[in-house]
Write a protein that binds this ligand. Sequence first.
Ligand SMILES: [Zn+2]
Length: 119
Amino acid sequence: MDSTKMQHYKKVLLSFQSRINRLLTKEQNNLREFNPLTESLDEGDFSQATIDREMELLSRDALSQISKLIEISLKKIESGSYGICERCHKEIPEGRLKALPYSPYCVSCQSIIEKKYEK
Ligand SMILES: [Zn+2]
């Protein structure tokens, strides 16, 4: 991955982190439930809004876990190893990084790992 792209993901990660920090400092009972049947979204910022909503639904544990993953990703950007799957050491496809910029694994490794945890 070239350094321009890394800088882009760094910005994305930092904005994710500030959102998470904001959610973590909110009172737990202020986290509201998103009801897709009664709330509509502008199509334009659908994906960003979706990410925000999804984050609002996460538990504090999940949020702090993501926060840790973001910190690790930011360190990887500094060391130049960002975007490499921790399990198979191949490049993580950009589509996945766009959806989950803090993901340490590619899709196939992630599903292998999740299957392992299911049992
Ligand atoms: Zn992998």
